[in-house]
Write a protein that binds this ligand. Structure first.
Ligand code: CTP
Length: 410
């Protein structure tokens, strides 16, 4: 059982078509607050690029090429020492055979031999390979030594054959890992209504043009999903995003700053926590043109007028709801401005991120933030937005607990 800190899982990915599903496993584990590091075999990199796992996990991916370099240290021992559990998904017949026989001819199989914690494997292979006595005997041997086998499903396999051998679904594998780690899904937001805004507004100039920004909505979507997983009833007001729907979350589109204002205000009476992750325009076009504006040779002036500051207005209202803002600032000096905003706008929390950096924040999968509250600051080092979302909600839940203790209704 993980009693303190963030549980750590080492995810081994071997060369099967199911390797693309390992991405979903990684994200599923992260949503449950697990820190995931990845080891890939050479064959696995033929199916999914290491950069995908590196970007989503927020850590370098371990590959055979580094293992064989003399300056890479003893990665197989180091990673094994750090991890609470080793999960190999997909596990090919070849890797399972090597594990059963103690063959250590690549970084993953070496790591397995050097690892002393719990091991889970999720086999994936062709139906004939699966039912072959060699594979079944290898699995029986591994099970006898304590390796947990997440049984594959029956279904249509990549080779076109119907039968057993398709890797178990990511959700099931994540559930097995949680069971072994005794990671409880957090339910610290149960009973609360959370409203999240995400994406970037577009302010029309005419029928085809607009003033917009580069926000992708990924941070807000991660927050909505994480809040839902932690038991909250979640509404997500999104602006111009290209992201899949979040199961269990009520979603509504709000394209402009005015739309965001209207949709947020309409839901506000019921809301306990408002998280304004959207990049909402500070200005709208004063008088937009019907149809398409024709080109002229002279200079063009577009008059802009301020939009309502949703965050400011909500924070000024009575009702005791918990209000979280985002401060997308340019450069580290922005941290000071974010501190100022927290106070000036009377917020309960502000999440600062530095948008001068291209590796975090806008339109990428990773972020690095500082979470500011009137009581202190928490730095979250560069990691996937899913993990950043969990950290932000940890702080929201902590602040709400403090409030309740102090007798302030949430
Ligand atoms: N925001 C909002 N309504 C707007 C504009 C922004 O609620 N019309 C929210 C954003 O969702 C974000 C926060 O305000 O959570 C910070 O926005 P930012 O643009 O960084 O702050 P500004 O309002 O521009 O800050 P300043 O007052 O310093 O100009």
């Amino acid at each position: 059982m993980i009693t303190s800190g963030q549980p750590k899982v080492l995810l081994g990915v071997t060369g099967g078509i199911a390797a693309y599903k390992s991405v979903e496993i990684l994200r599923g584990l992260q949503r449950n607050g697990v820190d995931v590091r990845v080891v890939m075999t050479a064959a696995a990199t033929q199916f999914v690029g290491p950069l995908t796992f590196e970007t989503l996990s927020g850590h370098p991916v371990h590959l055979d090429s580094q293992w064989l370099r003399s300056d890479s240290g003893i990665a197989h021992v180091e990673e094994g020492r750090e991890a609470d559990l080793l999960l190999i998904a997909p596990a090919t017949a070849n890797t399972l055979a090597k594990m059963a026989q103690g063959i250590a001819d690549n970084l993953l199989t070496t790591t397995y031999l050097a690892f002393s914690g719990p091991v889970l494997v999720a086999p994936a292979m062709n139906a004939n390979m699966w039912s072959h006595p060699a594979t079944q005997q290898n699995l029986a041997l591994l099970e006898k030594r304590g390796v947990v086998v997440v049984q594959p499903d029956e279904g249509e396999l990549a080779c076109g054959v119907y039968g057993a051998g398709r890797m178990a679904e990511p959700d099931g594998i994540v559930a097995e890992v949680k069971l072994r780690l005794q990671v409880e899904s957090k339910s610290d937001l149960r009973g609360l209504r959370v409203l999240v805004t995400a994406g970037g507004t577009q302010e029309p100039i005419d029928a085809v043009r607009y003033i917009g920004n580069r926000s992708s909505g990924k941070m807000g979507f991660s927050l909505a999903r994480a809040a839902h997983d932690r038991g909250a009833e979640v509404d997500l007001v999104h602006s111009n995003v290209k992201l899949p729907k979040v199961p269990g979350v009520r979603q509504v589109e709000a394209s402009t700053a005015d739309d965001v204002y209207r949709e947020v205000m309409a839901r506000l009476p019921e809301v306990d926590v408002l998280i304004m992750a959207a990049a909402v325009a500070d200005y709208r076009v004063g008088r937009n043109v019907d149809g398409k504006m024709a080109k002229k040779r002279e200079r063009l002036t577009i008059q802009l007028e301020p939009t309502a500051d949703v965050l400011c207005e909500v924070a000024a209202l009575e009702g005791g709801r918990f209000v979280v803002g985002f401060a997308a600032e340019f450069g580290l000096e922005g941290l000071e401005r974010a501190r100022g905003k927290l106070e000036r706008k009377n917020l309960d929390m502000i999440v600062f991120n530095d948008i001068s950096r291209s590796d975090i924040g806008f339109n990428v999968d990773e972020n690095e933030v500082v979470i500011l509250t009137p009581d202190g600051e928490v730095e979250v080092a560069r990691t996937g937005k899913e993990v950043v979302a969990e950290r932000i909600l940890d702080e929201v839940a902590r602040a709400l607990r403090r409030r309740r203790k102090a007798g302030v209704p949430a």
